[in-house]
Design a protein around this ligand. Sequence first.
Ligand code: NCD
Length: 300
Amino acid sequence: MKHILSSEQYNRESLEELFTLADKIRNNMKEYSHKLDDKIIAIMFYEPSTRTRLSFETAALKLGAKIITTENAREFSSAAKGETIQDTVKVIAGYADAMVIRHSSDTSAVEAASVEKIPILNAGAGKGEHPTQALLDMYTIKHKKGKIDGVKVAILGDLLYGRTIHSLIKLLSLYDNVEIYGLSKEAFMLPQEYIDMLKEKGIEYKKCNSFDELPKDIDVIYHTRIQAERFEGDFGKEEFIINKEVLDRFSEHTILMHPLPRVIEISTDVDDDPRACYFEQAHNGLYIRMALLLQVLDRA
Ligand code: NCD
């Protein structure tokens, strides 16, 4: 059974295969509009979402599938009564052909998949992974930069709790001569296990303390929101806000990405800058998620 649980299940070949399928879908949406006519997709989100949920729902609908969903699974599903994820999946498997899950537990998607009754797609698991976001991020980098080998990427914001960051750097590490720079407040530094993982793959992680330490010709600046819902207390002031003046210190070829939602870490005064591509990035999620649904349901 195919599941999408972690970036770790990918290699260069499977990534390229996914990107090719996403391109084919994008260029010929009509041809795909009945591929999943007989399928039902369950959408179970135990945490807030706009893009991931609505793009998965749109992806299913554009493929002809139907969806069943609970508006707020944490409050309105039987989880509120103490039901385990495994029991929920066993029941949903009697109704739906695949399930998309977002949950505050790092192990939620793996637990759901352990039932092995329907394909599970991890739409964000705690502070652990968010593989489908990372896949659309890589697809966006490939489209904007033409290649991924040799890219220099700065990761900013919440490197500790940011699951999109964790999934993204695992995928970046599959490519040759990639350079990764990290810029965050001390309290939100990248955990050592990820620095070690990069080192094992031959990537030296460069921890920076200011925008000045990032190369001017950096290819990608990937900012993220402080994940305030994942810890107690106040995190103080955002120190690394990207506004027009900051962005203009970098090359005209640098692209600015963000998984969204942004709070204050990217100022709206750069939204119209051609380097800002976060809305295009979010849109790419539709094609990647259509491709993923086809793959897990063996209709690719
Ligand atoms: C991210 C998430 O849920 O981890 N959102 C998303 O899916 N685009 C990032 C975030 O919430 O900050």
